[in-house]
Design a protein around this ligand. Structure first.
Ligand code: MF3
Ligand code: CO
Ligand code: CO
Length: 252
């Protein structure tokens, strides 16, 4: 169940991979504005990763055709970048970027608000980021994995938003997706499983203004809210240390 437990020397590698992902976000951020296509953002990431000797973990994964996922407005996850999807004023977009560098994968996603965004959308994006940060803050050796979902629920529920149940965080390291699954809602199954030093995983809550449920587009990837409501997601790759937690996907 805890496949993704790594040694301190591996944490150094993960730190470098995570730093690269954070720097790639810095590189693309000024370009994420009204009028730009998600296909163009994908090309910028591909260029950055190539120039830095890294590769996209997404490209070719189970046949996935692009280097990142770009999920706009009602798309919950796995939106495929396209020259036909042009960002416009009022949109919210998640960019999810996973890179492999010297054999170690780091996975993060951030929200971007394009121009004048509605108060509701702004609240959704902020609440989701707060939920991720609160969940990170409780991570430490001995803490049950179920505390992650419990903490996210406590942040999200007062706002009346729903939490997607169809996608989970995951162990990560030498592969992109590994055990354990990280639930973003409370599940008693994870009461008994405790965090241990060396455990590496993502937390990546997806929250919606309406119903939690999703439907998948004909492309086989794009997951949208069934009711057309907005969806937001933030993600970091984390490692449990002897006395707490380290966020790998921040700049060093
Ligand atoms: N980065 C995604 C995650 O958070 C995985 C995307 S897989 C892809 O787990 F194939 F859709 F790119
Ligand atoms: Co991701
Ligand atoms: Co992930």
């Amino acid at each position: 169940m805890l496949a993704s437990v790594y040694a301190p020397k591996d944490f150094k590698r993960l730190r470098v991979s995570g730093d690269l992902v954070a720097r790639c976000f810095d590189f693309i951020t000024p370009h994420i504005v009204a009028g730009v296509s998600t296909g163009e953002i994908d090309r910028l990431v591909a260029q950055f990763l190539k120039e830095n000797g890294a590769r996209s973990s997404d490209l070719g994964y189970m046949g996935y055709p692009k280097s990142i996922c770009t999920s706009v407005n009602d798309v919950i996850v796995h939106g495929i970048p396209s020259d036909d999807v042009i960002l416009k004023d009022g949109d919210i977009v998640n960019v999810d970027l996973t890179a492999e560098y010297h054999g170690f994968h780091a996975d993060a996603s951030r929200m971007f608000m394009i121009g004048n965004v509605s108060n509701k959308a702004r609240e959704l994006v902020q609440t989701c980021q707060d939920a991720l940060n609160s969940a990170i803050s409780i991570c430490a050796p001995g803490v049950p994995l179920s505390e992650i979902g419990k903490t996210i629920e406590a942040v999200v529920k007062p706002h009346g938003f729903s939490i997607s149940r169809d996608f989970v965080g995951h162990g990560i390291g030498k592969v992109m997706h590994d055990d354990p699954q990280i639930f973003h809602f409370y599940d008693k199954m994870w009461d008994k499983v405790k965090m241990v030093p060396g455990l590496v995983f993502t937390i990546e809550p997806m929250i919606n203004t309406g119903k939690p449920d999703c439907k998948i587009d004909a492309d086989g990837w794009t997951a949208r809210t069934v009711d057309g409501g907005l969806s937001a997601q933030w993600e970091h790759t984390l490692g449990i240390t002897e006395d707490g937690v380290i966020i790998f996907t921040e700049k060093m």
